[in-house]
Design a protein around this ligand. Structure first.
Ligand code: DGL
Length: 269
């Protein structure tokens, strides 16, 4: 199976794109709902939680795990790849969603000015700035944290007046900082669900970029380049869902993300 990890529900937006681009594979999704959100937690905490989840997915038969969470990718991936895998799991792989997005983002901008919205953790980690600099050293990147957006989605308020207010406030703040921005990256798994409010507040000349498509395309490419990993993945087109909270809580929340008709399994680790 391909393991897909997120702090909670948000990774479902990435899973959906993976299932669409690579429907033949089996997926094991793990949401750490009992400890979500990760957005404002420390580096050490996010590393510890993410590593526990990765170990769990490895032990349940996933040779490849995708951290479908920007905060976990930004704050835990590098340490897991460098300090854990080579010593404990040399035959397993963990991929994130920051680098594949950084590889592509420069292609969308004409002015060379882009904006990034993410959680406080993603923004403060500086991971996008570091990764984008590798691929597009000339690109002018302005980041902005939107701490209200995840709760707005999770509490079912995405179409409310409150959502419209906070979305407009954050977009105005970003564009006031750099009026030349012509590309806006949603670097948090929850933010695509606010698309309606975002489009309503965003000037028509600013292109909105979603990560799900990019991550799916990059995963297709990764598996093409790594047949030794591809051969190890089971292919029954099935998905299973694990959560650290109750199954009921997960199933209900997942429906807000358009994922219905499944039974989740509650686990502890
Ligand atoms: N999944 C997280 C991300 O993409 C958002 C939710 C959280 O803060 O845990 O950054």
């Amino acid at each position: 199976m391909i393991g897909v990890f997120d702090s909670g529900f948000g990774g479902l937006t990435i899973l959906k794109n993976l299932q669409k681009a690579l429907p033949q594979y089996d997926y094991l999704y793990l949401g750490d709902n009992a400890r979500a959100p990760y957005g404002s937690r420390s580096f050490e905490t996010i590393f510890r939680y993410t590593l526990q989840a990765v170990r769990e997915l490895f032990s349940r038969g996933c040779p490849l795990v995708i951290l479908a969470c920007n905060t976990a990718s930004a704050k835990a991936l590098r340490s897991i790849q460098q300090d854990v895998l080579p010593y404990e799991f040399p035959d397993k792989r963990v991929l994130g969603i920051v680098r594949p997005t950084a590889e592509e983002i420069g292609k969308f901008s004409k002015t060379g000015h882009i904006g990034i919205f993410g959680t406080a953790g993603t923004v403060s980690s500086g991971s996008y700035l570091i990764e984008i600099k590798h691929f597009y050293p000339e690109l002018h990147v302005t980041q902005h944290a939107c701490p209200m957006w995840v709760p707005l989605v999770e509490y079912g308020e995405r179409e409310s007046e409150g959502a419209k207010f906070f979305v407009k406030k954050d977009i105005d703040a970003l564009l006031a900082e750099d009026p030349e921005i012509d590309t806006l990256l949603l670097a948090c798994t929850h933010y695509p669900l606010l698309e309606g409010a975002i489009r309503a507040a965003l000037p028509g000349n600013v292109k909105l970029v979603f990560q799900g498509d990019i991550v799916a395309e990059k995963t297709v490419d990764y598996l093409r380049r790594h047949p030794e990993m591809e051969n190890r993945l089971t292919k029954n087109g099935k998905s299973r869902f694990l959560t650290t909270d109750t199954a009921k809580f997960f199933e209900k929340g997942a429906s807000l993300f358009g994922m219905t008709g499944f039974s989740a399994e509650s686990i502890t680790f």
